[in-house]
Design a protein around this ligand. Structure first.
Ligand code: 5MM
Length: 336
C-alpha cells in the first residue's frame, strides 16, 4: 500500500492509535505500580488482553508495538501483527532507541537510534509493520529547551522520517514538549511552536513527503507544577491555533499523545479540539497511559480475568473514538 493511503487509514474517522510501545524499562515501572511482576509472559498477557478486546478494531486503527511484542506470538498461535491485521488494525513499531543526555546540554535529552535503522526497518516491514514511531522529548524551564535541543532533535526526527518513507512505511513524528514544570499555557504554546517550526523545516530539508507522515504532538497545556487548571475550551483553542500556524497543509492529520493527562482530561480535550476544528486536518489520539491506566488497574486485580480488563479498555477506546469526532458527552462515560 502507498504511504499516503496508510496514513489515511491510521487517521480513519472515529479511530485512533494505541501506543503500546513501552520499552521494557517503562513497562516494568507500569507493572510494578500495580504489583504485577514484569515477566515476558505478563507483558504479553496484558498487551494481548488489550489487543483482543471487544470491538477494538472499531475504535483503534493502529497499535504501536515494542520490539519484544512484534516478535511474540499470541495464545492462538498468530503473531501479534497477524492478530492485529485480522481485526483491520495496522501494526506499527517504535524504532527510536530511547533518549540520552544531549551533548553540550546534559540536562536535556537527545533521541538515539539512527545507526542501523535502515536494516531494522527492513526487518520490521517483513514482520508486518506498516508505520513507525520516533519520540523526541523537550523539557520546559527558564532556559530550556535550548536551541541545541530543538535543532538536534529536529534533525534526527527528519532523518528518521526520510528513512522510514524509503522503507514504504509511515513515520509518526513525535516531538513531545513535556508537561512537567511550573510554566503557564502561553509558554507551552511558544515552546511547542518553536519545536514544530524547526521540525517541519528539517522534514522539508530531508524531502519528507508531508502527505505520508502522522504528527504526534503534545496538546497546549499549563505545566503540571504550575498550580493552574486547564480549561478545555482554552486548551482546544490554543492547541488548534498552534497547529494551524505550524503544520503544513499537506500533512493529513494529528494523533495526540496524552503526556500525563488523566484518561478523562485527554478525552475531553480531544473532544473540544474536534468541536472547534475548522481545518482539513484530522485530529485523533495516539495515547499510551490515557488508554491503558484503568485497564491495567483492573487487570492487576486478577490477571486471568481478561474480560473485566477488556471491558474497561473497550470503554476508554470508545470514549476516545467519540472524542475523535467531537461527539463525546459526559453521560456516555457510564460503563455499561
Ligand atoms: C507508551 O509509551 C511510549 C514509550 O515510552 P518509553 O520509550 O519511555 O518506554 C511513549 O513514547 C508513548 O508512545 C508516548 O509518550 C505517548 O504516550 P502517552 O502515555 O504520553 O499518551
Amino acid at each position: 500500500m502507498e504511504i499516503e493511503k496508510i496514513a489515511l487509514q491510521m487517521l480513519t474517522s472515529g479511530k485512533g492509535i494505541l501506543a503500546a510501545d513501552e520499552s521494557t524499562g517503562t513497562m516494568t515501572k507500569r507493572l510494578d505500580s500495580v504489583k504485577v511482576s514484569s515477566t515476558e509472559e505478563n507483558r504479553l498477557g496484558f498487551r494481548e488482553t488489550l489487543f483482543t478486546s471487544n470491538k477494538v478494531g472499531s475504535y483503534v486503527s493502529g497499535v504501536i508495538l515494542y520490539d519484544e511484542t512484534i516478535k511474540q506470538k499470541s495464545s492462538n498461535g498468530d503473531t501479534i501483527p497477524e492478530l492485529l491485521n485480522k481485526q483491520n488494525i495496522l501494526p506499527g513499531i517504535k524504532v527510536d532507541a530511547g533518549t540520552k543526555p544531549l551533548d553540550g546540554s546534559p540536562d536535556e535529552l537527545y533521541t538515539d537510534g539512527l545507526t542501523g535503522l535502515t536494516e531494522r526497518l527492513k526487518e520490521y516491514y517483513n514482520l508486518g509493520a506498516r508505520f513507525t514511531k520516533w519520540r523526541a522529548v523537550y523539557k520546559i524551564s527558564k532556559d530550556h529547551p535550548s536551541q541545541n535541543a530543538i535543532t538536534n532533535n529536529a534533525k534526527s526526527l527528519a532523518k528518521y522520517a526520510a528513512l522510514v518513507q524509503e522503507a514504504n512505511m509511515v513515520p509518526i513524528v513525535e516531538p513531545e514538549v513535556l508537561m512537567d514544570g511550573d510554566h503557564d499555557i502561553n509558554r507551552c504554546f511558544e515552546v511547542t511552536s518553536a519545536v514544530l517550526k524547526e521540525c517541519f523545516q528539517e522534514l522539508k530539508n530531508e524531502k519528507v513527503k508531508m502527505e505520508g507522515i502522522v504528527l504526534k504532538p503534545n496538546m497546549i497545556l499549563n505545566g503540571a507544577d504550575s498550580g493552574l487548571k486547564n480549561d478545555p475550551a482554552i486548551v482546544a483553542a490554543k492547541t488548534l491555533e498552534c497547529l494551524k500556524t505550524n503544520v503544513p497543509k499537506e500533512v493529513p492529520g494529528i494523533a495526540f499523545l496524552s503526556g500525563g493527562q488523566s484518561e478523562l482530561e485527554a478525552t475531553i480535550n480531544l473532544n473540544e479540539i474536534n468541536k472547534i476544528n475548522d481545518t482539513k486536518l484530522i485530529f485523533t489520539f495516539s495515547y499510551g497511559r490515557a488508554l491503558q491506566q484503568g485497564a491495567l488497574k483492573q487487570w492487576a486485580k486478577n490477571i486471568h480475568d481478561k474480560k473485566a480488563a477488556q471491558s474497561v479498555f473497550s470503554h476508554r477506546a470508545y470514549m476516545n473514538s467519540l472524542a475523535a469526532t467531537g461527539s463525546w458527552k459526559q453521560d456516555k462515560e457510564v460503563l455499561s
